[in-house]
Design a protein around this ligand. Structure first.
Ligand code: RB5
Length: 146
């Protein structure tokens, strides 16, 4: 599985923790930055990560900012992206099983690294259930054609 990961300054420390987790587990990944806590704009990171996932270069993406909100809103502007903000295990599970989320977003200022890594683990290991959920995901993408 190839993973695209990125953050703004508000998510830098947590991104580094997630990268350490990905390395430990042997995942292939590309770090789209940012590479320090110097202030930057989250859409500049969200867009290349989301494009990489939407174009199939990466299987999944992980985006982190202070809240996980701005970076997720930006990612969801890219056609084919279903970015889900998850700060609990249940949502991480459901966002994959029901929504086939292809980008996980989290907020470094909202949760601690222990819970965040548990969420990443669940999110990467949960499969889309398909069936009635597939019809709903298709309907989401029909909205993109409007
Ligand atoms: C940056 O201060 C902060 O606004 C950003 O990381 C994020 O929380 C936006 O949604």
């Amino acid at each position: 599985m190839k993973i695209a990961i990125g953050c703004d300054h508000g998510g830098y420390q947590l991104k580094q923790e997630v990268i350490a987790y990905l390395e430990k587990k042997g995942y292939e990944y590309k770090d789209f930055g940012t590479h320090s806590t110097e202030s930057c704009d989250y859409p500049d990171i969200a867009e290349p990560v989301a494009q990489g996932v939407a174009q199939g270069e990466f299987d999944k993406g992980i985006l982190i900012c202070g809240t996980g909100i701005g970076i997720g809103i930006a990612a969801n502007k890219v056609k084919g992206i279903r970015a889900a903000l998850c700060h609990d295990a249940f949502s991480a599970h459901a966002s994959r099983e029901h929504n086939d989320a292809n980008i996980l977003t989290m907020g470094q200022r909202v949760i601690g690294p222990g819970l965040a890594l548990e969420i990443v683990d669940i999110w990467l290991h949960t499969e889309f259930e398909g069936g009635r959920h597939a019809k709903r995901v298709e309907k989401i993408h029909k909205i993109e054609e409007c």
